[in-house]
Design a protein around this ligand. Sequence first.
Ligand code: NAD
Ligand code: DAU
Length: 337
Amino acid sequence: GGALENLVVTGGAGFIGSNFVHWVAERHPEVGRITVLDKLTYAGNPANLDGLPEGGVELVVGDICDAALVDRLLAEADACVHFAAESHNDNSIADPAPFLETNVRGTFTLLEACRKYDVRFHHVSTDEVYGDLALDDPARFTEETPYRPSSPYSSTKAASDMLVRAWVRTYGVRATISNCSNNYGPYQHVEKFIPRQITNILCGERPKLYGDGLNVRDWIHTEDHSSAVWEILTRGRVGETYLIGADGERSNIDVLRAILECMGRDTEDFDWVRDRPGHDRRYAIDPTKLRRELGWEPKHTDFSEGLRDTIRWYEEHRAWWEPAKQATEEKYAKMGM
Ligand code: NAD
Ligand code: DAU
């Protein structure tokens, strides 16, 4: 492909999108301009874009469903990396409507502009489109696993993946898709599992574990997600899907006990709460295609070290998360979780 003079990043003020913007701005100065398009929902925070190199990044506050705005921004873009989404399963169970709007209509709106201006598109998706695996199943998800989403969130992400595939085949849009496993690291919203437990402990509240705590997630540091998306964007084959994962399968109860131990608490010092309806049992990614074809390797292979750094980040950034904490816990209290 050609040079990346102007990169549009949707959802670039959220957790993974902002980590990606930092990653690119710090390592790839040849990207002349990064335009972040973000609606700044409850999950978006312009402070996530602080401390970037001068001049290269512009934040446009707006909605990916706004066709006129999207048209104007993509008319000048070489590529669009699409992170914007409603991202939290529990919220999707309480109120699915915004997930349909942003995840489905928003992706459609971006695809239409990419078709019109022949913009290279990378769609950031999730392993949750494949449903779940049993704990004792030796299998992991591959690019060939059939779609079987469980929640309103994952079904809207699956729908968005289908739109991308259809726009590639029918209109020749130059798109790739990645489906990544559970991310952790700095700037993750306090509604998500790891930050919720760390910040509960920092607030003197007990961590909350759903169900029997044996559900397994396949953890990857968000910086490794960024490097994988960059490799796919710049060297991936158009029309292809790549799974992103770093061999990080762990049960929730093991992760929670590791957090408690690292923070000097008793490992039994938490509450069991009601389970998430439809709760997926286990996710697991086989990243062979990404490793073999693009030579990608994760850097953060020591989970305890990554977790320790993440705990330290939340300890040192109270002013970043404290404003969101109370509203988040009020939402959970209403759901009995
Ligand atoms: P997040 O909720 O932290 O951030 C989402 C961002 O999108 C926010 O900044 C929000 O303001 C913005 N946004 C929401 N609706 C918008 C709209 N209509 N128009 C413009 N901007 C809008 O989410 P995240 O965890 O950083 O996830 C980012 C992407 O990565 C999502 O597409 C998600 O499905 C995918 N993903 C997440 C994970 C994970 O572990 N968190 C794993 C795999 C894939
Ligand atoms: O697999 C990728 C997905 O990972 C992404 O597509 C989603 O955007 C992202 O939110 C994440 O989804 P999960 O539902 O796996 O993540 P969450 O952090 O909500 O929960 C992780 C696990 O921890 C899950 O099994 C539910 C459990 N959990 C969660 C919370 C918030 C608890 O036990 N207690 C909690 O308080």
